[in-house]
Design a protein around this ligand. Structure first.
Ligand code: UDX
Length: 457
């Protein structure tokens, strides 16, 4: 594949980018992939980061890292809901980001700052960038389909097209979308800021930015992207995904990835293993673990199952049900954290049971692996619905974790004709992704336009 290696900045001055990731694995990954890609094109990079989930500077010897004195892990562990956590983070990061930036601007070792690239969730950056008269570009870390859902939802509600009330029928289809009422994330907050205010802050921050970068590709989400490009806000949109494919091997993982599973995968038959992982945030009950275990065992299929420490409510770890190990030891493996991109690219992997975080969804598609979908929160319901009903590369589990439904769905995905057809469709989407990265194609050109924009500053 002729990827973007020949895009290079043509200038004597080295532009200096300040990067601000949100402190979550699913946000750190695309942001550091983007930073590494821009560094490979000749940009100098300073990463300003939270004390929570700090990236490891040793993995990025060419970057300059500036930790902020913002908020500790403990401060967020008692927060009642994700949006309140987000609002607290925006609040607490403001002064430390201001002070760090101010210091960088006055005596930073890398010269003047050309531009800030921040996570879209950090809406507080608008006021600070304005204050320092610095251009600000935002990185979106979710799907274009989710963005359009959230951006146009209030419009649909205002116009009476949909009404999401407590008594709304969850399976009712929303006109002009593939979504049902139950696919729309409903957020309530117990903090002082309402969910409407927080969403409005995020959307305003995006619309007032110099540019909005999206980690997706035209060959997957063209309809949503057309809608975004036609939206009346002046922000240019740069669709540069899949980022991780432009520069494979960027080391962003906050947890240690267990590479021993690769040798185990080497011994399995082609497309015979279902990989199971619910990402970095989702947590499940102990009873769910039992249902998953028996669903996998009874499906008679091989599996590689990630059980992330701390992902089971109220337990650091959990004993698996009696008899499970005996039944599955020849064809199952459990690990705490995987090198996911490598696992999905392995020829033995034939399916991915995922929570449909956007990175996982994108990685599955770009490795040509069909999915079982068990969304948990935020954008994941929308991603799962698109995977199962628009791209038709996944089967959504509709009733939580039920061993019989799991057993049936795993078999449908792994050995039945339905799964084979999904594998063919996802293979075509993978091809689209690769084609978009070739010189002159959509993601390649978008990356070039982004670089041109920054160079014009
Ligand atoms: C959440 C949201 O659901 C996501 O959509 C949002 O935009 C970011 O926050 P998360 O739960 O972290 O994300 O899931 P996901 O977006 O899929 O990101 C997880 C990342 O961790 C992926 O890049 C994946 O490759 C990596 N991972 C996951 C591992 O390296 N090892 C694992 O065992 C599991």
């Amino acid at each position: 594949m002729e990827a973007s290696s020949d895009i290079q900045i043509q200038s004597m001055k080295v532009p200096h980018l300040v990067i601000l990731p949100a402190p979550f694995q699913g946000h750190i990954n695309p942001m550091l992939q983007l930073a590494s890609l821009l560094h490979s094109k000749g940009f100098s990079i300073t990463v300003i980061h939270s004390q929570i989930n700090s990236p490891n500077p040793a993995n990025f010897p060419n970057f300059h890292f500036e930790p902020m004195q913002d908020v500790s892990n403990d401060a967020l562990s008692y927060v009642p809901d994700p949006l309140t956590a987000l609002s607290i983070l925006n609040d607490k990061c403001q002064t430390p980001f201001h002070d760090t930036l101010s210091r960088l601007l006055s005596d930073g070792p890398h010269g003047p700052v050309t531009c800030i690239i921040a996570d879209e969730l950090f809406y507080f950056t608008k006021a600070i960038a304005d204050q320092f008269k610095l251009p600000r570009i935002l990185l979106g870390t979710t799907s274009a389909s989710f963005y359009t859902t959230m951006a146009f939802l209030s419009l649909l509600q205002q116009n009476g097209v949909i009404s999401i009330t407590a008594d709304a029928q969850p399976n009712t289809l929303i006109p002009e979308t593939p979504l049902r009422i139950k696919d729309i994330p409903v957020f309530s907050t117990e903090g002082p800021a309402t969910s409407e205010q927080i969403w409005a802050n995020i959307l305003n921050a995006i619309r007032s930015s110099l540019g909005y970068i999206m980690n997706t590709f035209d060959g997957l989400e063209l309809d949503a992207l057309v809608k975004i490009r036609q939206d009346r806000h002046p922000t240019p949109v740069f669709v540069v995904g899949p980022l991780y494919k432009f520069l494979p091997g960027t080391l962003n993982s906050l947890l240690t990835q267990d590479y021993s599973c690769m040798a185990w995968l080497d011994k399995q038959a082609p497309q015979s293993v279902i990989y199971v992982s619910f990402g970095s945030v989702a947590s499940i009950d102990k009873t769910d673990v039992e249902e998953i275990a028996w669903g996998l065992a009874n499906s008679e299929q091989s599996f590689l199952w990630v059980i992330r420490p701390g992902s089971i409510h109220g337990h650091d770890w959990v004993e698996l049900p009696e008899g499970f190990e005996e039944k599955t030891q020849k064809r199952g493996r459990i690990i705490k954290w995987a090198p996911q991109q490598e696992v999905l690219a392995h020829p033995s992997v034939g399916g991915f049971w995922t929570h449909n975080g956007w990175n996982s969804t994108l990685e599955s598609i770009c490795e040509g692996v069909p999915m079982l979908c068990s969304p948990y929160l935020w954008d994941q319901n929308v991603n799962a619905r698109y995977a199962s009903h628009v791209w038709r590369v996944g089967i959504q589990l509709e009733n939580g974790f039920d061993r019989n439904e799991i057993e049936r769905a795993v078999r449908r995905l792994m050995v039945e004709i339905e799964g084979k057809e999904m594998r063919e469709r996802v293979g075509a989407l993978k091809e689209n992704a690769m084609r978009g990265m070739v010189k002159g194609a959509s993601s390649y050109k978008s990356l070039q336009s982004l670089i041109d924009l920054i160079m014009s500053l």
